[in-house]
Design a protein around this ligand. Sequence first.
Ligand code: ATP
Length: 141
Amino acid sequence: MSKIKLDIVTPEESVFSEEVDMLVAPGIEGQLGILPHHTPLMTILDIGELIIRKGKEEQFLAIGGGYLEVKPDRVIVLADVAERAEDIDVSRAEDAKERAQKSMKEESADMDVAQAEAALKRSLIRLKVATRRRHRRQQQA
Ligand code: ATP
């Protein structure tokens, strides 16, 4: 069966580089499922969850927005930030969530609403993805 070479990179590091069967990415206009031989495209990614399927295994990452490029035989995700589910620090995300919610309530003149909303969204996605762990899908009957 054909595979997709998937690279996920951030400005700091290469987070993922493997052959996979499919991925679901948080496109700016909704979830984007990509299988081998997908039409080439470039799109913007939202803050969200990226799901990778490889054989019977699924992996989950939290993505802080970025770009996705689909080429004939490979997919490149350029993410602002990306963390695997198992690398997410839950208490840090809880703190970030509280900080963002507090600053949104304060309504001070110098508050950057968009920035606080994005920080809140990142924290909520991290908390969601952290509950996921790499797992094997149930064997199909
Ligand atoms: P914080 O306020 O906790 O820094 P943030 O959303 O502002 O959260 P980012 O700017 O998105 O943080 O990320 C900065 C760096 O810290 C990135 O390398 C990112 O992967 C990492 N990071 C942020 N939050 C977490 C977390 N909860 N667990 C693991 N890594 C995190």
